[in-house]
Ligand binder design. Structure first.
Ligand SMILES: Cc1cc2nc3c(=O)[nH]c(=O)nc-3n(C[C@H](O)[C@H](O)[C@H](O)COP(=O)(O)OP(=O)(O)OC[C@H]3O[C@@H](n4cnc5c(N)ncnc54)[C@H](O)[C@@H]3O)c2cc1C
Length: 504
């Protein structure tokens, strides 16, 4: 396009679920220069998926970006702290491990901590890998405190995220966005109008038209603009991730209030448990090819820790993503761009990442191919790295004799994952590539947690004094346990914080 095409003046967000309101809040904060119009269209009749209650640590950056007060946020969303995910029965029935946030031990002279642990593993007093993470030690006692800055304090190695009520979170963001100048339009979109390969407006059932320069498709699984109107194809990953349905049902609050999500493997899928202050969120993600809807619901209800506190809801999905997430003047965020099951609580993060990347590559009305291509490349790389991480959980199971798990153990996995697992099995070598969300502590938590023990270790670890290393490990292990034992109870800590929240 020749000349200066001019700035985007009119931003239209289609959909008011978590994705839509996250985008609206961030746009209100960073794009509202007084000359730009930001409009969100949503339909009460269609509603939202209403799930999505567990997050990962980068959400702290999103809230900080918006200037959100943490105590106010937790008070408004009935939120709790999350130190990781406990996986139950993924290795073999009855086994459990925690994937904690934060780091394990400390690397030494460029040698990763897990390499040192692997070399000494099996010696008296070395103990399991999980004993070397501050977040795991705190989680085990249902304790919590904020990390500290002093690097000598083991608490500096803890990282955390939140659990919250998805409906309350969307309402919280809506209040924020509307207070910062976003206009909300209620109505059902019937038609998407286009000219020259660009979307020009959406038309509501009552005939009203909402015109825009840039459209953010947050319309959920239907993918109204990117998928339906622009026909961007869906890349299906269900051959690797066969779970395609979920039942979700809340039950009463359970004490102690655990500061972690639980993911329990079931016969044909897995069950989540998310502790909130006013209730517990539960869901059963399963493969409809391996289990009937009725059986899946019964299994979920039989496993509740407290009395049911609402009607069960069913959700249907296919694992995969749109081949492009930005085409022309349409960017898809959230479920409109694709879905990976919530095993590692990554969907809300992908919305946040998409928003941050869009701001970094924010177009003018020329919609340069180069910006779009970079967005699609970076988002694609991150989604595929997450996909591999989730597949690894399934593929590395030891649940022999259960058809669903047997199939997953024997399936062909992506080449990228094959290469990663081969390196790790050999000498525990792991690398974090370009835009990987999950780093070495995350991968080692899951791989070692599911019983993948490297045959050897890094050559550099052999050059180190073993006695000194053993003393170092003993000291770390003791320091994490002692520090954790002195931390406050999670529920009491929250109560104190929220009692001081503005408006609480
Ligand atoms: C079973 C399950 C569990 C999950 N758990 C987690 C989790 O623990 N952590 C996590 O990070 N993520 C989780 N997710 C993902 C998370 O729920 C979503 O990423 C998040 O809620 C975003 O949804 P959304 O806003 O894209 O879509 P939706 O919530 O579906 O919102 C779509 C919006 O578009 C509007 N809309 C659609 N069509 C029209 C139309 N024609 N006209 C007008 N408006 C329209 C709707 O009214 C709605 O407002 C989970 C998802 C599922 C399915």
């Amino acid at each position: 396009m020749s000349g200066n095409p001019g700035p985007v003046r009119n931003l239209v967000i289609v959909g008011g679920g978590t994705a839509g309101w996250m985008m609206a809040a961030a746009a209100a904060r960073f794009l509202n220069d007084g000359q730009r119009r930001i409009t969100l269209v949503e339909s009460d009749a269609i509603g939202t998926v209403g799930v999505g209650e567990a997050t990962i640590p980068p959400i702290l950056n999103f809230n900080a970006m918006l200037g959100i007060d943490e105590a106010e946020f937790l008070a408004a969303t009935q939120g709790s702290f999350k130190l990781g995910i406990e996986f139950v029965g993924w290795g073999a029935p009855g086994e459990r491990y925690l994937h904690p946030f934060g780091t394990y031990g400390r690397d030494l002279h460029g040698v990763a901590f897990h390499q040192i642990w692997r070399k000494l593993q099996g010696r008296p007093d070395v103990g399991p890998y999980g004993d070397y993470a501050m977040a795991a030690a705190a989680a085990a006692g249902a304790r919590f405190a904020h990390p500290v800055a002093d690097a000598r304090d083991p608490l500096s190695q803890l990282a955390y995220a939140y659990h919250f009520d998805a409906g309350l979170y969307a309402r919280f963001l809506r209040r924020y966005a509307e207070a910062h100048g976003v206009t909300r339009i209620e109505g059902q979109i019937a038609t998407v109008l286009q000219a020259d390969g660009l979307v020009t407006a959406v038309q509501l059932q009552d005939g009203r038209q909402v015109a825009g320069d840039l459209f953010i498709d947050c319309s959920g699984f239907r993918s109204l603009l990117l998928g339906e109107a622009l026909a961007v194809p869906f890349t299906d990953w269900s051959h690797w991730l066969p779970c395609d349905r979920a039942w979700a049902v809340p039950c009463g609050r359970v004490d102690p209030l655990l500061p972690y999500t639980r993911a329990t493997a079931q016969v044909a899928g897995w069950q989540w448990r998310i502790p909130l202050r006013h209730r517990t969120g539960n869901g059963h993600v399963y493969s409809s090819a391996h289990m009937s809807d009725q059986a899946a619901l019964e299994l979920l209800q039989a496993g509740l820790d407290a009395q049911r506190a609402g009607e069960p809801r069913q959700l249907r999905f296919t694992a995969g993503r749109r081949a492009e997430l930005w085409r022309g003047n349409v960017v898809a965020l959230g479920l409109a761009g694709g879905f990976l099951e919530p095993l590692e609580s990554t969907s809300i993060h992908l919305i946040q990442h998409g928003i941050q990347l869009l701001f970094a590559l924010f177009p003018d009305r020329g919609f340069a191919t180069i910006e779009r291509a970079e967005y699609n490349r970076l988002m694609g790389a991150q989604i595929e790295a997450i996909r591999d991480f989730i597949i690894a959980h399934y593929h590395l199971n030891n649940r022999v004799g259960e058809p669903f798990w047997d199939d997953l153990r024997h399936m062909a996995i992506p080449d990228t994952l094959t290469a990663k697992l081969a390196l790790f099995r050999n000498k525990g070598q792991l690398f974090r590539y370009d835009d990987d969300l999950f780093g070495i502590p995350n991968w080692t938590a899951v791989l070692i947690g599911q019983g993948v023990m490297p045959q050897g270790w890094a050559a550099l670890a052999d050059g180190m004094d073993e006695e000194r290393l053993l003393a170092m490990l003993a000291q770390y292990r003791q320091a994490y346990a002692q520090r954790a034992a002195g931390l406050p109870d999670h529920a009491a800590y929250l109560q104190r914080m929220i009692g001081q929240a503005p408006g609480a």
